[in-house]
Design a protein around this ligand. Structure first.
Ligand code: ZN
Length: 288
């Protein structure tokens, strides 16, 4: 498939106008802006025309705004050996990564989805293996390296149901209620305003009733295992308040503390989660 097969779920990141094909590119029906499509049609560059403005009072926020600004400004051109965030990790990190992937797999159980997305996917290290759970899987990131790397990998490995969208998750180029599954890991860690923005985005693009999101936030009493000490962190109570303010029903919470390693049956990847109530709200699974 290509982004043209997914066009009815895409919109202009500036004004949410519908997109239609214009030669080998996409055009907004409202503002006429043209968006580039590459890699045999599987990758679209759908950045908004303006950066998202947010205040940056703390060191963490200033740093994240600087990184965001640099990634936003990078021209979308091919390069040799793109190196997205998370592609190269030190060996000590691998058990942590596996732990997190294990938890995601456990939460998802044997569910399959119509349309799924990994927001801020980086190298796709959390979600590459999840693509086969969805009819359509969207890898999204603002990073040029991420878009290049994943597009090349999708073509090389002939993954037929995945596309790549370079975008800004604060102005997402997806229509409301598009995805039945949203994954967002290691991203909601850059300041309260930022976290609330990304949580609102996820709620907007998630199916309103049967949609499921897995989001991780940083627990301020357990920084160091998964999230770095310089990330923005919250108590469990604060996380729950944030999620409920947005309008999520918290279906499950999973701590990722290293010391709880042995409490999870990590070798039984497909062990079932029992009793998932049917609630008529977008559901969220929180890891921290
Ligand atoms: Zn437009």
């Amino acid at each position: 498939m290509t982004v043209f097969d997914f066009i009815n779920n895409l919109c202009c990141p500036d004004d949410r106008g519908d997109l239609h094909p214009k030669g080998s590119e996409l055009e907004c029906e409202r503002c006429g802006r043209i968006f580039e499509v590459g890699f045999e049609g599987i990758c679209a560059n759908l950045l908004p025309s303006k950066k998202f403005e947010r205040k940056a009072d703390s060191f963490i926020e200033k740093r994240s705004v600087e990184i965001y600004s640099r990634l936003f400004d990078e021209p979308f051109v091919k390069k040799q050996n793109p190196t997205p965030w998370g592609l190269e990790v030190p060996s000590w990190y691998v058990p942590k990564l596996n732990k997190h992937k294990y938890v995601i797999d456990k939460v998802l159980d044997n569910r399959i989805f119509e349309r799924a997305i990994d927001i801020s996917t980086g190298s796709g290290r959390f979600s590459w293996d999840l693509a086969n759970r969805a009819d359509v899987f969207v890898f999204s990131d603002i990073s040029v390296d991420s878009a290049l790397y994943l597009s090349e990998r999708i073509l090389e490995e002939r993954v037929k149901n995945a596309i790549v969208v370079r975008c800004d998750y604060m102005s997402p180029p997806f229509k409301n209620d598009t995805f039945s599954f949203v994954l967002c890991n290691d991203t909601a860690i850059y300041g309260y305003e930022h976290e609330m923005g990304i949580l609102r985005t996820i709620q907007r693009i998630l199916f309103p009733t049967k949609g499921i999101a897995i989001v991780d936030l940083c627990n301020k009493y357990h920084r160091g295992f998964w999230h770095k000490p310089y990330t923005s962190a919250y108590s469990k109570k604060e996380m729950e308040i944030m999620l409920k303010m947005i309008g999520y029903y918290i279906q499950m919470e999973f701590p990722l503390y290293y010391e709880l390693d042995k409490d999870l049956d990590e070798r039984t990847l497909f062990s079932r989660i029992s009793h998932i109530p049917e609630i008529n709200m977008p559901k969220i699974h929180l890891t921290y």
